[in-house]
Design a protein around this ligand. Structure first.
Ligand code: AMP
Ligand code: MN
Ligand code: MN
Ligand code: MN
Length: 290
């Protein structure tokens, strides 16, 4: 069993990177990727745990992008966390995120909610401030009953205070990830568009944009959805990936490796991703790190 998607306290998870490595080992997960949103900062501490665990620790990131006018997350797996160009690019994304956060505070205040960035930051111990932290503060203030309600009513794509910041295109994201030696994958495509959205055309467009594959295994998929995405991957010649999207206490009910209990991701998934890594990049990260 492997898990190629989880978050630490360096984005909007609650576990320290070391704790994730240890938990993965204790759960018998054979490979675990840390994929924090728009940051590489947790990776040095995560990868430094490799000598202490048998779980293979895989570097990753989840980039916030825009596609068809909506938010789409692109995972970069097996990226080189030391790649300078990549790090500089991620820093720019962070600046845009910080600007978005200021606007989001202003928008919420204009709706009569007394919220401050300092208060939101209390939920974000390691620096990066995400809407997950806004949701927790809005729930703590009693503005909403719980964090999911904050997304539905206020800060989600259909909420009254929504401020977009994802300007990165999937084409750019794929290029950045490839130049950092990784493979580029659409995260949870099943969440992008509800109901009976037919992915064939949109996914071929992403494939032409350089995307290598997508999550066919995911905590929130039922068996039919998993089958649909596995068949789509096979028919397009794209790679299936998968993960739990574990966020610790920020997403209760999700477990590392097992998702909501029935997630099983075969090891061959990672072997195939590894075989698809760009061969001509200048990094020094070609070798397995374990
Ligand atoms: P940000 O990257 O700051 O825009 O925040 C996005 C994060 O908010 C995602 O990574 C999710 O963890 C979380 N999120 C997005 N939509 C929802 C939702 N409807 N319910 C709960 N959490 C959500
Ligand atoms: Mn998140
Ligand atoms: Mn995501
Ligand atoms: Mn995620």
């Amino acid at each position: 069993m492997i898990d190629l998607h989880c978050h630490s306290c360096f984005s909007d998870g609650t576990d320290e990177p070391e704790a994730l490595a240890i938990k993965g080992d204790e759960l018998g997960i054979s490979a675990l990727a840390l994929t924090d949103h728009d940051t590489l900062e947790g990776l040095p501490r995560f990868l430094a745990m490799q000598p202490q665990v048998t779980t293979r620790l895989v570097p990753g990131i989840e980039l916030s992008c825009r596609f068809l006018g909506k938010e789409l997350h692109i995972l970069g797996l097996l990226v080189d966390p030391q790649n300078r160009e990549f790090r500089a690019r991620i820093d720019e994304v962070r600046t845009r995120r910080n600007q978005r956060n200021v606007k989001l505070i202003e928008r919420l205040q204009s709706l009569g909610i007394s919220i401050s960035l300092e208060a939101v930051r209390q939920w974000a111990p390691s620096g990066l401030v995400s809407r997950t932290h806004f949701a927790r503060q809005l729930a703590a203030l009693g503005t909403v009953g719980n964090p999911p309600e904050a997304f539905r009513k206020l800060i989600g794509e259909n909420g009254s205070a929504f401020v977009p910041f994802q300007e990165l295109s999937p084409t750019e994201a794929a290029q950045w990830i490839h130049e950092a030696g990784g493979v580029a994958l659409v995260a949870h495509p099943g969440r992008f568009a509800a109901g009976r959205f037919i992915w064939n055309e949109a996914m071929s467009e992403l494939q032409r944009a350089g995307i290598d594959g997508f999550e066919a295994y995911y905590s929130e998929y039922g068996p039919a959805e998993q089958r649909y995405f596995l068949e789509l991957a096979a028919s397009l010649g794209m790679l299936p990936s998968g993960g739990s999207d574990y966020h610790g206490a920020n997403k209760p009910g999700l477990e590392l490796g097992r998702g909501r209990g029935s997630l099983i991701i075969p090891e061959s998934v990672l072997e195939n991703l590894e075989a698809a890594r760009p061969r001509n990049h200048n990094g020094t990260f070609h070798q397995r790190i374990s």
